[in-house]
Design a protein around this ligand. Sequence first.
Ligand SMILES: Nc1ncnc2c1ncn2[C@@H]1O[C@H](COP(=O)(O)OP(=O)(O)O)[C@@H](O)[C@H]1O
Ligand SMILES: [Mg+2]
Length: 369
Amino acid sequence: MDQPKAPPPLILLVEDDPGIRRLCDRALRAWGLRTEAATGPEQALPLLNRLTPDLVLWGLPLATADGLELLRRLEDCLDAPPMVVAASHDERDEALRLLAGGAYALLDKPLDNLELLRHTVNRGLEWRTLRQQRYRYHARLQQDVDARTAELRDLSQHLEHAREEEKRRIAKELHDELGMTLTALFMDLNWLREKLRDADEPVTCRLTSMHTLLEGAVKTSRRIIRDLRPSVLDNLGLIAALEWQAVEFNARYRIPCRVEHRGDDNGLSDTTRITLFRIFQEALTNVARHAGAKEIRAALTLTHGRAALSVHDDGSGFDPARVSPASHGLLGMRERLHQCGGKLTIESAPGRGTRLCAALPLQPQEVPA
Ligand SMILES: Nc1ncnc2c1ncn2[C@@H]1O[C@H](COP(=O)(O)OP(=O)(O)O)[C@@H](O)[C@H]1O
Ligand SMILES: [Mg+2]
């Protein structure tokens, strides 16, 4: 089926001199264009909004009519038509100001050079077509970028979820299967040691060494299980898990970490718990790696349908605007929070410590009645 033919371009002619208006109107129509005329700005502005012309030919005396105001309005339209200004010789300065402000072209009044008018109008219309194409291209590009960003966000959310599930599954399997085997081995070994208490020294030595090895294996497996998924998070909740993590951190890095809390963590969803817990872990790791801090203060508030976790260290601080795009820790925190409708804020400056705050809205079922 044939596409309906587009109507000819529409020119808005703003001119108070009836002679010039008639001349231009006739010429423009003779060149196959549509025209609409206005005799003053109060008429021109509503027409501009209603008709969305393809080009404006502005011939009003510049001292009396506010051409700059019109230009500003044109700039505000997404689909702004070009403006051709017709000015008499003594209006040159004002006309040049309009050109500098974004008018498309300047013509001399009384517009008796019709060839020049025709050429300027045609060029203006071509310019407009190119600009519209550029707008459309940008709009399409933006749509593509938005769609791709949404896809990547979905994928990242899916992967994060799958990773947590996988960690939880491995932790459970290690705990149930390996843990049981190690416990059974331990009991058997103790039984053997009991039975062979009076055996030769090489035998008892070997049994003692086996015992030490087995103890090491049990400790290692417990550590791995905890790192994968601390059972305290599932069994005792977020507050207990943060406190436990703070103690572990202090034991490992010798940096005291105080955790304060306000509100009830009983109804928190798995997603909220794991999101805030992982952010806490990453924030502590950053303090240990980068801050050289003496003390950390963390606070969890669960009030007004919102969870906020802040971690404040008195270390070296940094300029958040200059973080390398290759650093993924802070980016990961942001992304995790974004997925729950939350937000990360960082206040830091070199020499001034760092305060990081992760805030997210709670679902109605997470908030105590
Ligand atoms: N608590 C902090 N104190 C000082 N600098 C920090 C702190 N947290 C983050 N930074 C700075 O921000 C950068 C980015 O952190 P992050 O995204 O976690 O990446 P990474 O830890 O892998 O470098 C770090 O390299 C560090 O320079
Ligand atoms: Mg990091």
